[in-house]
Design a protein around this ligand. Structure first.
Ligand code: NAD
Length: 515
């Protein structure tokens, strides 16, 4: 337990994390000794087991995890259908009491979940702890929303004497909850909160190589106590995800992951006899704008942190920086100075800012993008492999391109940021908006008019200004909602905000004449 230790909120970059690091110096090896390398079993995963290695070091085995068969997926959905018969009718009090129990279980296992994410994703210590802290806070925020909105039940106007009318929100039934790899704890908890707190039963599928956090989260839900069948876990990759999302028994899908997968789910649902909700939060290609009126040191720190935190593998990571030509040289010098001090190494170390790239596929994409930048533009900083470390460790890259290209338009999901020198904010905003995504966008300026121009003109769901802690550190339950626009978010009402929970329910009106 880390009760008296500083919490990590991503935004509190100036806090003294010394005591937390002292604690983690012990907690990390303890976790590895007790939890890594186990052979796991799970009720709805009866297929063959597969060893999964940590991206930190291919020799480090996370465990052996079984996969769900098609029959397991069908059985999990059937179990959820049975659970839904009870939970769909749960009272607000039932759900709030469950939320309090789940919060307690998550808080108790917070270290365990953070350590699992550290080993599973290759997160730095603070990224891993931040994710677990965030998950616990969600169990304060979302129940608070349910309570404040009185379960979204509202009396309507009386049309004739003796008649009353009430608007209520009802759960859809069973939600498939499909999670990505990069925040295996927080995003899973967020989506599960959305479904469970609104009275839906769920079948949850973690990312294929994140079964460890998935199983540990399932344990917190077991401790919290839900009626039989309300929570169900399946394990596996794309095939299991597709079988789950397309199962006839599923009444809605909540998904976080790539644009390609999210849109495939959406298109499948559109072919059904009636629409079922798909709540999809997808990728991003996120600009930051540095104007001639910016505090350049702050801009350099903010962009580098945002672009390289968690190895650039955050949906909201800055990936293109539009810098006014008047301050381009100054920005590049400040950026190199700041980024040159970021430590890339085994993320178990206390000074480490960046760990390994998540997968071999990401490493190949990184090398290909650096080669493309060398051929079509310039590499200004980094981009090379750190050969002495096992695993996919690379120095993060800043490259410069003369015009828009696939590197400025496509999501790459790695520590790679493109600089575009531009003349004026208007031209920069036009180019930054000309992508099919719309997650985060930031500006660095001390000019009020430029700030207003940005807030009115940037086509993204999450806008920020002058943050030295960067974009990706912005979202927090009750602090900043996390919402996508355009090709990032179907529905555009993301997590951690006031409109999230109602998406998991449909409205019903009850008009009753007194007899
Ligand atoms: P992914 O799309 O490859 O996988 C996400 C999940 O979908 C996994 O559990 C996967 O097994 C499953 N899946 C794959 N194919 C499927 C199919 N046909 N049907 C159903 N499920 C299927 O994404 P990823 O690589 O795990 O995560 C990275 C992506 O997630 C990036 O694009 C990133 O921007 C995005 N992301 C978005 C947000 C957000 O809030 N907008 C947050 C985090 C990550």
């Amino acid at each position: 337990m880390t009760v008296d230790l500083p919490r990590v909120t991503y935004s509190n970059i100036g806090a003294d994390f010394g005591p937390l690091h002292d604690h983690l110096d012990r907690a990390i090896p303890d976790f590895a000794a007790s939890w890594l390398g186990r052979a796991w079993t799970s009720r709805f995963a009866t297929g063959p087991a597969r060893n999964v290695a940590s991206p930190i070091d291919p020799a480090l085995v996370l465990g052996a995890f079984p996969e769900s068969t098609p029959g397991d997926v069908r059985a999990a959905v059937a179990s959820a259908k049975a659970g839904a018969r009870v939970w769909n009718r749960s009272s607000l009090d039932d759900r709030l009491e469950f939320a309090a129990r789940w919060r307690a279980a998550l808080a108790e296992d917070k270290d365990l979940l953070a350590m699992a994410a550290l080993f599973e994703v290759g997160k730095s210590r603070l990224e891993a702890m931040g994710e677990a802290d965030e998950a616990v806070d969600m169990l304060d925020y979302y129940p608070g929303e349910l309570r404040a909105n009185r379960d979204y039940r509202r009396p309507m106007n009386q049309m004739v004497p003796g008649e009353s009318s009430l608007s209520v929100q009802r759960p859809y039934g069973v939600f498939a909850v499909i999670a990505p790899f990069n925040f295996p704890v927080a995003l899973s908890v967020g989506m599960l909160c959305g479904a469970l707190l609104t009275g839906n039963a769920v079948v949850y599928k973690p990312s294929p190589d994140c079964a460890l956090t998935g199983l540990l989260l399932a344990e917190t839900l077991r401790k919290a106590g839900l009626p039989e069948g309300v929570f169900n876990l399946v394990l596996g990759g794309a095939a299991v995800g597709e079988a789950l999302a397309t199962d006839e028994g599923i009444d809605g899908v909540v998904f976080t992951g790539s644009h390609k997968t999210g849109m495939a789910i959406f298109r499948h649902m559109a072919g059904r006899p009636w629409m079922r909700p798909v709540i999809a939060e997808m990728g991003g290609k996120n600009p930051a704008y540095v104007t001639r009126n910016a505090d350049i040191a702050r801009a350099a720190a903010g962009v580098a942190r945002s672009a390289f935190g968690l190895q650039g593998q955050k949906c909201s990571a800055c990936s293109v920086v539009y810098v006014d030509s008047a301050v381009r040289d100054q920005f590049v010098a400040a950026f190199k100075e700041f980024a040159g001090k970021l430590v890339v190494a085994d993320p178990r170390g206390r000074e480490v800012f960046m760990g390994p790239l998540y997968s071999d596929a990401t490493a190949r994409r990184f090398e290909a993008s650096v080669a493309q930048a060398r051929a079509e533009g310039k590499v200004l900083f980094g981009g090379d492999r750190i050969e002495e470390l096992a695993g996919n460790y690379y120095r993060p890259a800043l490259v410069e391109m003369d015009g828009p290209s696939s590197l400025t338009r496509d999501e790459l999901f790695m520590p790679f940021v493109v600089l575009r020198a531009v003349d004026g904010l208007e031209a920069a905003l036009a180019e930054g908006n000309a992508v099919s995504y719309g997650l985060s966008a930031g500006i660095y300026t001390n000019d009020e008019d430029e700030l207003r121009q940005f807030l009115e003109g940037a086509e993204a769901g999450v806008l920020y200004a002058n943050r030295a802690s960067g974009a990706t550190t912005g979202a927090w339950p009750g602090g900043q909602p996390f919402c996508g626009w355009k090709g990032t978010g179907v529905g555009g009402k993301g997590g951690l905000g006031i409109w999230y929970l109602p998406q998991f329910m449909h409205e019903q009106s009850h008009t009753i004449m007194a007899i």
